[in-house]
Design a protein around this ligand. Structure first.
Ligand code: C2E
Ligand code: MG
Ligand code: MG
Length: 708
């Protein structure tokens, strides 16, 4: 019904005024509006001017009969894209008229004499049908407009996969013509794999009534194009498909992917790409009970290249390194399933990672590391610079070292640091014990930093006894750490850490001051003038303010310099012999007593020993340990004593644990002895009481020495 009118408008044309009136009345009864005309020509005019919703035309009328009026109205309609229902009023049993009426375009007919109540129902039914028809036509026009507006190709498929309709999109992206498709099964048109996937989705659409999509690639115009077919249900047995060329979108996606997953400097995969690859590999390895390895590579001294030659050279170096790594990893054994391009990645800076999938033997991972080291050993030529680079490599293994990607990567990283600390240019496997070692190392370091402040450090003193007189002439100060959780920790465990972290310098100074103060205290209490021996680490010996510290310690404590003995190891002395001589001369000038600790365990050059001009050698306890049974050690000990005496040096034997050891050393002419047999390291108070009981000690030793 026309939108402007509340009720429908019916045009009535009849030359008989009575009939006209009756019709108007009947129609008005239905609540519809009416217009009346007395001949066909007038009816056509009124149709044009009023656009009625229904027309009732008598067949026989003057000037223009009903057939002609019907024809003219239909002609006008094709121009206006309308279709009004027209009911013709014919004579009774006038079959010819009925045929003529339909030919002229009538929608329905009623015959005279008119059954008025039936006419009312007819009119109502025809109007309703007309409304539905108009709605349908509008929807159809709408659909056509939509399909015309989108660039897609569309097709209709039956439940069995027969193409019912195919219309190429306006952009001519379609690969097929309508003739190639209509009436055919999809498998006759598309490659089997694509047809199968398409039919799978057709079935899914029919079942779920939801839109589905299928992606596929087809050759087109010399290249390959990506298509997406979206499928929607149109009827119980029919699916509509819209096909779009998505090649450009795919290209853009690929571009974005490349940007997101590629390291922009070297063009190899970046951290993100590596992590995702690792996830996939982990899944693969878990399912297939396979092994894999992660190599974590870091260039040694890359920072130096950057700092000295500039960042642009540094960048070029990274590019060349990544190229070389690619070359090394490309062939043979490394890459089985994965593409070599993807199993190497740059994590950032000078860090690279390599995934070795399907590992059979651990050695294979080590071989790869070895090959990498080999390729890196050739110098890199950048502009006029010849750059030598080494790398440290850490290796973690799945499943031995960890069960998830994060841990495995972290462990490879830890192993790499371990490799670096082992002197760089080498590869290290991660092992669980390595982390434990590092964890406890780190914890110990934190504790050691607090130890001095929290007064957890203390000294023990071990007696040194003069052999001829059997008198205690000195003590060695030995450091202890009373750890709040672990209890007492011996120096062999924490001194190396203190050296590594530099903490040895403040700790060593504390030892020196405490020992000197203690020696002075013994002296003041009138007990004896004991010489106190303090161990000096290499770091302390090389520190610039060593002299200052020694001088101020002596001044502060008031201890005479000759009562302070500094113990140095062979390693400390030999490290930089020329510098050593200068420092030693300065120390000797102050008047302190110098000795070489752990003698025999390092590599000393006798020439230097002479030049160092130290006062005493302390023979390491490893030599004393086996004597007198170990004749070889006995001979060495004897020779060292003779040689030292020849060089005017005194000899201290360390680690004397038995009477027979003491006796033999006495025979060899050893000057001083130190060891558990003569006294373990003890507190300063114990030394004080030992000094008070000196007489007894001396007597016991004298008896001992006389017996030998
Ligand atoms: P060292 O200077 O050679 O000290 C002698 C070590 O031998 C001491 O171990 C001592 O307890 C042990 N010892 C003494 N007599 C015997 C014996 O008869 N048998 C056996 N088996 N061992 C004996 P300690 O106290 O554990 O010290 C170990 C090392 O730690 C020292 O070796 C020294 O190199 C270092 N050290 C100790 N205190 C300090 C310090 O204050 N500063 C520095 N830099 N190093 C220290
Ligand atoms: Mg010592
Ligand atoms: Mg020693």
């Amino acid at each position: 019904m026309s939108a402007q009118r509340q009720n429908g408008l019916v045009l009535i044309a009849d030359d008989d005024p009575i009939m006209r009136l009756l019709m108007v009345e009947t129609i008005a009864q239905l609540g519809l509006e009416t217009l009346a005309a007395e001949n066909g020509r007038l009816a056509v005019d009124l149709y044009q001017s009023h656009q009625p919703d229904l027309v009732l035309l008598d067949v026989e009328m003057p000037e223009m009969d009903g057939f002609e009026a019907c024809r003219q109205i239909r002609r006008l309609e094709t121009r206006e894209l309308r279709s009004v229902p027209i009911i013709m009023v014919t004579g009774a049993d006038d079959i010819d008229s009925v045929t003529l009426a339909y030919d002229a375009g009538a929608t329905d007919f009623v015959s005279k004499p008119i059954n008025w109540p039936v006419l009312g129902h007819r009119v109502r039914y025809v109007l309703k049908a007309s409304d539905a028809f108009v709605g349908l036509r509008l929807a159809d026009a709408h659909n056509r407009a939509v399909l015309a507006a989108i660039p897609d190709t569309f097709f209709r498929l039956s439940r069995d996969g027969i193409c019912l309709n195919y219309e190429a999109g306006p952009n001519n992206h379609a690969i097929f013509s309508s003739d190639q498709c209509v009436g055919k099964h999809v498998s006759e048109v598309l490659p089997p794999e694509i047809a199968a996937r398409l039919m799978e989705q057709v079935a899914a659409v029919l079942q779920t009534q939801q839109v589905r999509a299928v992606d596929y690639v087809l050759p087109r115009a010399g290249g390959f194009h990506h298509f997406e077919a979206r499928l929607a249900l149109t009827g119980a047995n029919e699916v509509l498909g819209l096909v779009r060329d998505i090649s450009e979108r795919k290209q853009a996606e690929e571009q974005i992917r490349r940007l997101a997953y590629c390291d922009s400097l070297t063009g190899i995969p970046n951290r993100q790409a590596f992590l995702e690859m690792l996830e996939r590999e982990l899944l693969h390895a878990k399912l297939g009970a396979k092994k894999f390895a992660i190599l974590f590579l870091d260039l040694d001294a890359f920072k130096k290249v950057n700092d000295t030659l500039g960042h642009s050279i540094g960048d070029l170096l990274l590019q060349l390194v990544s190229e070389r790594l690619c070359e090394t990893l490309r062939p043979r054994d490394v890459v089985s399933r994965l593409d070599s391009q993807t199993n190497l990645a740059r994590l950032g800076g000078d860090e690279f990672t390599i995934l070795i999938p399907d590992l059979v033997h651990v050695e294979d991972a080590l071989h790869v590391a070895e090959r990498i080291k080999e390729t890196m050993s050739r110098p890199f030529q950048i502009e006029s610079h010849e750059i030598f680079v080494t790398s440290s490599i850490g290796i973690s293994l799945y499943p031995e070292d960890g069960q998830d990607c994060d841990s495995l990567l972290k462990y490879a990283d830890i192993a790499m640091y371990h490799a670096k600390s082992r002197g760089k240019n080498n590869a290290q496997l991660y092992s669980a014990s390595l982390t434990k070692q590092i964890m406890s190392h780190a914890k110990l370091e934190v504790g050691l930093r607090k130890a001095l402040k929290n007064e957890e450090l203390y000294l023990l003193y071990q007696p040194q006894v003069d052999v001829p007189s059997a008198a205690m002439i000195g003590v060695e100060a030995l450091l202890r750490w009373k750890h709040p959780e672990r209890g007492i920790i011996l120096p062999n465990e924490f001194i190396p850490l203190a050296e590594e972290t530099g903490l040895i310098v403040p700790i060593g100074e504390w030892v020196l001051r405490t020992a000197c103060r203690q020696a002075k205290a013994w002296q003041r209490s009138g007990q004896a003038a004991l010489r106190v021996a303090v161990n000096l680490s290499a770091k302390q010996f090389k520190s610039e303010n060593l002299m200052q510290i020694v001088l101020s310690t002596l001044a502060d404590s008031g201890l005479e310099p000759h009562l302070l003995e500094l113990e140095l190891t062979e390693g400390t002395l030999m490290d930089d012999a020329n510098a050593t001589i200068v420092t030693l001369e300065q120390l000797r000038a102050v008047g302190v007593y110098l000795s070489i600790d752990d003698f025999g365990t390092g590599y000393s050059s006798m020439n230097y020993l002479k030049r160092f001009d130290v006062r005493a050698l302390k023979i390491d306890k490893s030599f004393i340990n086996g004597i007198p049974q170990d004749t070889q050690n006995a001979a060495i000990t004897q020779a060292i004593i003779a040689m030292a005496h020849g060089m005017k040096m005194a000899v201290v034997a360390e680690g004397v644990e038995t009477a027979s050891q003491l006796a033999l050393l006495g025979q060899y002419g050893c000057d001083t002895v130190q060891g558990y047999y003569l006294g373990k390291p003890v507190s300063h108070a114990s030394i004080s009481s030992m000094l008070q009981n000196r007489l007894r000690l001396v007597r016991r030793l004298a008896r001992q020495l006389v017996r030998t």
